[in-house]
Each structure stands twice: as C-alpha cells, then as structure tokens.
Design a protein around this ligand. Structure first.
Ligand code: NAD
Length: 276
C-alpha cells in the first residue's frame, strides 16, 4: 500500500484527547490518531498490556506523544488510573476515540445460535460495548468545555454477516449506547457518534472467519467496487471530533464505499470477485 499522507492543518489545534485501541500500525485507531495529529491535536494513548506497549510506544512518539497508559477496559483500576493521568496532566480533555472490540475466536465462527456461550456473550458485550459507556462517562467528567467522542462499529450490527455472530450483537448494543450517550451528554455540548467502517485488514479483522471471502465480496458489492480505505475512516473521525461536526450527534456514519446502500451487487463485479 502507498504511504498514507494525512492532510495537515489546524482543525484540531488546541484540542487534547485520548486514543484507545491502537495495537499496531494497521489499527484503525492509529490512522485516526495520525489524522488528528496532522491537524494539530495533542494525543494520549492506551495500550493493552506490555506486549502491545512495545508497538504503541514508538507510534505515539512519532506523533509527539509520551502519554501512554496500560489499560485493559475490563480492569477498573486501570481505567481509573488512565483518566486520572489525563486529569493530572491536562486538567481536561476535548475528545475520546474508542476503537476496542473483542470476542473469543470460538464465538466468531459457524453457527451463532450453537456457538454463542454465556461467557462468550458477556465478554464480547463487556469489552466491545460497555467499555464505550464506561470510558465515555469517565471522559465526560473531564470534558469541561464540551467535547466529542467516536467509536467504531460494523454493519454486522444491522445485517447478518457470516461468522461475525456475537460481535454483531455487541455492535448493535454499541450503536444503541452511542445514541443514549448522545442524549445524556448533549446538554453539555458533548457529541457522541459511531463510524461504521467497511472491512479493513487489521489484527481484529483477522480473528473473524472467512476473511478472504469478506474482502473479495465487499470489493465487488461496494458502490466504489473497492475495499474501505482507513484514511476515509480517519477523515470521518476528524470531521466528527473537530468543530466541523458541530450539531452532529447520536449518528452511525457509514464509511464503507457505499456497501451498506447496495441491495444487489453488479453481476460482472461479483463474478470477477468470486473467480479472482
Ligand atoms: P485492532 O486489532 O488493531 O484494534 C482492536 C483493539 O482492541 C486493539 O488495540 C486491542 O488491544 C483492543 N482491545 C481488545 N480487547 C481489549 C481490552 N480488554 N482492553 C483494552 N483494549 C482491548 O483492530 P481494528 O480493526 O483497528 O479495531 C478497532 C475497532 O474497529 C474495533 O471496535 C473493531 O470492531 C472496529 N471495526 C473494525 C473493522 C475492520 O474491518 N477492521 C471494521 C469495522 C469496525
């Protein structure tokens, strides 16, 4: 893939915020972080455990950040410490990016009704949906002058996608949570939105069965007849997190090459994708 050049400017100048969910340079959160930094934002990052720290530290340094917090979203003490760090360092924040999801591999293959366990359901919903409510509440407590939050979702919340299974249910909960959070925080001028991205090759995506078929089918069926570019997702996040997004809240915005709008793919494109 060609080196991505993120448009520079001052749309985020003077704004500070937290990026949750960078695992490596392919993470969607990292594309968003680069775009926000290119527009002047000051960033802090969370990482999940020491193994990922080694990857996130140099990335953060490359956008001028040395504020990194070890934060597993299921660990209340680490969540407390993360937001306390931000309060101590900056006093307040202006934005939050939540790009976190997890479901056990055994939950992400085959039959939804047969393979979804109570524990698998609980942990998928906890990590992938409740963590946004929890992080959003904590972030809002230090958004003293209004603010904006964005989470990442996927079309599997609205329609059945093979193997996405319990994650689709978690994403539906995440999108509903986005709307309730938007209503609660709206009077304080804190906007809450979700971006529904098309499939992008990341660690998380690799955990979902039939990945190759998914990318080929999406390319064939999208209006653009191409897969989703993380730069488009980063651009949407910039819009939603900057003052450009004024008055936009409670929204699930699709950035998927128009895949969600298509009822039936073009015959030629579909044939080519299935043969290719
Ligand atoms: P990724 O693997 O790069 O990021 C997922 C992140 O979730 C990782 O940084 C991981 O450390 C974090 N995470 C998982 N469990 C955690 C926990 N308990 N505590 C703290 N962090 C935890 O993959 P990605 O594709 O960039 O995923 C980011 C978001 O985008 C996810 O919500 C994903 O569902 C969503 N999304 C991805 C795609 C895609 O095709 N890649 C499409 C639509 C939406």
């Amino acid at each position: 893939m060609a080196e991505q050049i993120f448009p520079t400017g001052t749309l985020m100048a003077g704004k500070r915020g937290l990026i949750m969910g960078v695992a490596n340079k392919n993470s969607i959160a990292w594309a968003i972080a680069r775009q926000l930094a290119a527009q002047g934002a000051e960033l802090a990052f969370t990482y999940q455990g020491d193994k990922l720290k080694r990857r996130v530290e140099p990335l953060a340094a490359s956008v001028g950040s040395d504020t990194l917090c070890d934060c597993d979203v299921t660990n209340d003490a680490q969540m407390d410490a993360t937001f306390q760090t931000l309060k101590d360092k900056w006093g307040k924040i202006d934005f939050l990016v939540h790009a976190i999801a997890f479901a056990g591999k055994d939950q992400l293959a085959g039959s939804f009704i047969e393979n979804t366990t109570r524990d698998g359901f609980k942990s998928a919903l906890d990590i992938s949906a409740y963590s946004f409510v929890d992080a959003g509440r904590r972030a809002s407590e230090i958004m003293n002058d209004g603010g904006a939050m964005v989470t990442l979702t996927y079309l599997g919340s609205e329609r059945v996608i093979p193997n996405y299974n319990v994650m689709g249910v978690a994403k539906a909960a995440l999108e509903a949570s986005t709307r309730y959070m938007a209503a609660d925080l709206g009077p304080r001028q804190i906007r809450v939105n979700a971006i529904s991205a098309g499939p992008i090759k990341t660690l998380a995506a690799a955990g979902i069965g039939s990945g190759r078929h998914m990318f080929r089918f999406n390319k064939a069926a999208a209006a653009t007849q191409d897969n989703t570019d993380p730069m488009g997702v980063a651009g949407a996040a910039l819009y939603l997190l900057s003052d450009l997004g004024l008055s936009c809240t409670g929204e699930t915005h699709h950035v998927d090459g128009g895949f969600h709008a298509i009822g039936m793919p073009q015959e030629d494109a579909l044939k080519a994708s299935m043969e290719g």
